[in-house]
Ligand binder design. Sequence first.
Ligand SMILES: NC(=O)c1ccc[n+]([C@@H]2O[C@H](COP(=O)([O-])OP(=O)(O)OC[C@H]3O[C@@H](n4cnc5c(N)ncnc54)[C@H](O)[C@@H]3O)[C@@H](O)[C@H]2O)c1
Length: 227
Amino acid sequence: MRVLVTGAAGHVAQQVLPALERRYEVRPVDLADGDLSDAAVARRAVTGVDAIVHLAGNPHPNSGWDSLLGPNVVAVANILTAAATTRVVLASSIHAVGQYPGHVDTQLPTAPCCAYGATKAFAEAAAYTHSYSSGGSAICLRLGACTPTPPARQALDHWLAPEDLQQLVIRALEAPVRFAIVHGVSANTGSHWSTANTIGYRPSRDSSPYRLEVGDDPQWAPCQGAD
Ligand SMILES: NC(=O)c1ccc[n+]([C@@H]2O[C@H](COP(=O)([O-])OP(=O)(O)OC[C@H]3O[C@@H](n4cnc5c(N)ncnc54)[C@H](O)[C@@H]3O)[C@@H](O)[C@H]2O)c1
C-alpha cells in the first residue's frame, strides 16, 4: 500500500513513521514540499497513493483563528477533496470534546474547548462527509499527548505511548470500516477517555508507572471544561 504522510517532519509523524515505513511504501511530505492550504499542492501530494495519514497542521491549543484557518481548516478541506475515494486517517484531538469534565466516549457530540478544538471538530465533520458523500473512508484519531513518556502529571490521563500511536495509525489505515472516531490515548489507569472503538485498536501501555516521576506542568492541562 502506498501511504502519503503529511506533516512528516513533525513530532507525531516522527514517532509513527518508522512503523509505517516497515509496512508500507511511504511518501512523507511537509511544508518544504509545499503548503497544503494550496489546493494544487494537496492534489499533487495525494496523486498515486492508496491512503493518507494527514498529520500536517497547527498543533497548538492556545492558537488564534489567524494561525489555525490555513493549516487546520483549508488544508484539511484540500486533502479531503483531493483524496476522492482514498482512505484518510486524520489527526484530530481530545480538544474536539474538551468541554466534557467527566467520562468521554466517542458517541457524545463534539464540544470543543477552544478554537483549536473547533478546527478538529470541523475536521471530523468534513471527514464524515468524505466518507458518506464522496465514497471515501475516514478515521479520525483524537490524539492525546503524543510523547515518549508522560510529559507531566496533567497528561497522565491522556498520554498516548509511541507503540500505541503506531498500532493506532496502522489499525486506522487497515480497518474495514467506512468512518470512525477513536480516542488516541493509551490504557491509562483511571483515564476518563474511553478507548472503545470499531477499528481493533487495543492500547497496551499505561501512564500509571510514571505517576511518581512526573512533575506539574500546567501547559499540559486540558482547556478549562464547562462546570
Ligand atoms: N503532538 C501531540 O501530542 C498532538 C496531540 C493531539 C493532536 N495532535 C495533532 O497531530 C498533528 C501533528 O501534530 P505535531 O505535534 O506533530 O505537530 P508539529 O507542529 O510537530 O508537526 C506538524 C507538521 O505539519 C507541518 N505543516 C503545518 N502546516 C502545514 C501546511 N499548511 N502544509 C504542509 N505542512 C504543514 C509543519 O511543518 C510540521 O512539520 C496535528 O494535527 C496536531 O493538531 C498532536
